[in-house]
Design a protein around this ligand. Structure first.
Ligand SMILES: [Mn+2]
Length: 345
């Protein structure tokens, strides 16, 4: 099949409504019949939703197309190491550009680690399943996009159903993890009745919702608790108390023995300060590479801010990120004024 033919099997998107999952399921089936090797990947720094969605879809593809080799790229870290299939995930650095199909889940092609990006570009076919509003259709042979979905896992479930894949307990835990992560345990405004209905179904299958919530949302390493305390103690309120900012200089990781994954949830703690509408965490991942992690409570579209600050910036209206090249201090000099202006009542 050449890419020209793929276009004819592209899943149609229905006007303003939900995307046509059945058409996507059929089209993906068709593609998989012509592929030997598939790579599933989330974006840089995959979260519980992208890992859960990738691992669940990998199981589904193996059930539906046993002859196809499926790899999942990414590092599950300590937080997600318990998930079924996480032990077989391929570190990004080990990904080679020899896949027929590369599928990006829960993020877009602009946010892939370099070796994964090379595999994406070298692939015969490219597909995406995503719920981020900043993700478009361009660059993919096949796409399933639904910005109304609370999580990508919520989009993968109907696909698996259409394929008659059995959702057993390990699979249910994968999907539940994505839902819990992306809704913050059903607290974020993206949570809908459909989210609760799927969650209820997964709990009926046997998911221990308390255990998953604690692992995914609450548990921290001791170094992570110290890191959280350090950032919160040095946080600042600007813009009349409507913007909270915190920063993590690169050296802090080694000082505290903490790792990048220990930052999970730190920006959310800043957002929970009373009166704050926008929170921003400045993370010096490496010298000259500053990751911004942005959250907003009600009205401010932080995905738009992220996109304005960097070509790779984007995400959701309430949660977004961007990578800035240059020193941490330069970012701290430039970004707060942008945040204050955006958060002005
Ligand atoms: Mn997601």
């Amino acid at each position: 099949m050449d890419p020209g033919n793929v276009a004819t099997t592209r899943a149609p998107q229905r006007g303003m409504g939900a995307p046509d999952v059945a058409a996507f399921a059929d089209a993906l089936d068709g593609l998989l019949q012509q592929t030997a090797r598939v790579l599933l990947t989330g974006p840089i720094d995959p979260d519980g939703d992208s890992i859960g969605a990738c691992l669940a879809l990998a199981v589904g593809i193996r059930q539906r197309h046993p002859a196809v080799t499926v790899h999942v790229a990414g590092n599950p870290g300590n937080r997600y190491a318990w998930m079924a299939g996480a032990d077989a995930m391929l570190p990004d650095a080990q990904v080679r550009p020899d896949y027929d199909l590369v599928m990006v889940l829960d993020g877009d092609r602009h946010r892939l680690e370099a070796p994964v990006d090379a595999a994406f570009k070298a692939a015969r076919f490219r597909a995406i399943v995503d719920h981020h509003g900043s993700t478009g259709e361009a660059g993919y042979d096949l796409h399933l996009l639904d910005r109304t979905a609370a999580s990508t896992c919520q989009m993968v479930y109907p696909l698996l159903q259409l394929w008659s894949v059995s959702v057993d307990l390990p699979m249910a835990e994968l999907l539940y993890t994505g839902i819990i992560f992306d809704t913050g345990g059903f607290r974020h405004s993206n949570t809908t009745p459909a989210t609760h209905r799927l969650a209820a179904r997964l709990v009926e299958i046997g998911v221990d919702q308390s255990a998953v919530c604690i692992r995914v949302l609450s548990e921290r390493s001791f170094a992570g608790v110290q890191l959280l305390g350090h950032v919160l103690q040095r946080s600042q309120l600007i813009g009349g108390g409507r913007v909270a900012i915190g920063s993590v200089p690169h050296g802090l990781f080694s000082t505290l023995g903490a790792s990048y994954e220990d930052l999970e949830g730190v920006v959310d703690a800043l957002l929970h300060i009373r009166g704050v509408e926008v929170a921003c965490l400045f993370i010096e991942k490496e010298p000259e590479r500053v990751k911004l992690s942005l959250r907003s409570r009600r009205e401010v579209d932080v995905a738009a801010i992220a996109a304005r600050l960097s070509p790779n910036g984007g995400g959701h209206a309430r949660a977004a990120g961007a990578l800035l090249l240059g020193p941490l201090q330069a970012a701290l000099d430039r970004v707060p004024a942008v945040l204050e202006a955006a958060a002005r009542p």
